[in-house]
Design a protein around this ligand. Sequence first.
Ligand SMILES: NC(=O)c1ccc[n+]([C@@H]2O[C@H](COP(=O)([O-])OP(=O)(O)OC[C@H]3O[C@@H](n4cnc5c(N)ncnc54)[C@H](OP(=O)(O)O)[C@@H]3O)[C@@H](O)[C@H]2O)c1
Length: 244
Amino acid sequence: MTPSSVLILGARSDIGRAVARRFAQSGASVILAARRADGLADELADLRIRFKVAAEAIEFDVTDGEAERFFDALPELPHTVVMVVGLLGDQPRSEADLDAASAVMATNYTGPACYLLAAARRMAMRGSGCIVGISSVAGDRGRQSNYVYGSAKAGFTAFLAGLRNRLFRRGVTVVTVKPGFVATAMTAGMKLPPLLTAQPDEVGQAIFTAVTKGKDTIYVRPIWRLIMAVIRNVPEIVFKRLSM
Ligand SMILES: NC(=O)c1ccc[n+]([C@@H]2O[C@H](COP(=O)([O-])OP(=O)(O)OC[C@H]3O[C@@H](n4cnc5c(N)ncnc54)[C@H](OP(=O)(O)O)[C@@H]3O)[C@@H](O)[C@H]2O)c1
C-alpha cells in the first residue's frame, strides 16, 4: 500500500525533510507543517519540481493547543501523518529551570500526543490511514544524562502503543520510530559512533518502508534493538551506579 498523501508535523527538521522527499518520490502529495512555514519555499519548490507532486506548507506549533482547529482547517485529511517534532533540551538546564524542563516535556510528549489524538479520531471515522510518531531509544530506560527528554519520549512511546492497540480494528495503523543516533541539527557537535548513527535519508526510507508494510515499532539501525534490550535488562542495583 503506497500512501497518496502525507502530512509532516515538524517539517523543517532534517528528518522531516528526508521523510517528505521519500514520500514525494513515491508520488504522494505533501503538506509541510512547521513554525515559520513561510520560510519553506525552497523545500516546496524542490518537491514540486523534482517529484512533480502537490506540496504546500502550513503554520504549526505543537504546543499551541490548537490541534482540533488545525485538522479542521486542512482541505483534506491526509493518508499518513508523521509527527517529527522534538526538543532534546539540556538536562542540567532542565534541573535548574522548570520552564525549560516543561518545554521539553510539552514538545516531546503532551503536544505531539494531543495533535495525534486529533488526527486519530478523524482517521478512525474515515476507517483508514497511518500515524507515525518519532520517539527515541532514550525512552526505553531513564538515564541520568537525559531523563527529562527520555521520560517524555517514554510517555510518547506508551501513547503510540496504546493508540495502535485502540485503532487496530479501525483500519488505521500506528508506527513507533526509534531512530537511535541520527546526524541532524539536534546532534550537531556531538561525537557519534558512525556504526550506530543513521543519516536522515536512511530514517526517511525506514519510515516509508514501515508505513507501506504496516510495521508496528522500528529501530532504524537494527543493532539498537539489541543494545536497548541489554540496557533495559541491567539490574537497577547495578544501573544506578553507572554514569550513563
Ligand atoms: N537526531 C537524533 O539523533 C535523534 C534520535 C532519536 C530521536 N530523534 C527525534 O527525531 C525527531 C527529529 O529530530 P531531528 O534530529 O531531525 O532534530 P531537529 O532538526 O532539531 O528537529 C526538531 C524539529 O522539531 C521542531 N519543533 C520544536 N519545537 C516545536 C514546536 N513547539 N512546534 C513545532 N515544531 C517544533 C523544530 O522546529 P524549528 O525548525 O522551528 O526549530 C525542528 O524542526 C525528534 O522528535 C527527535 O526527538 C532524533
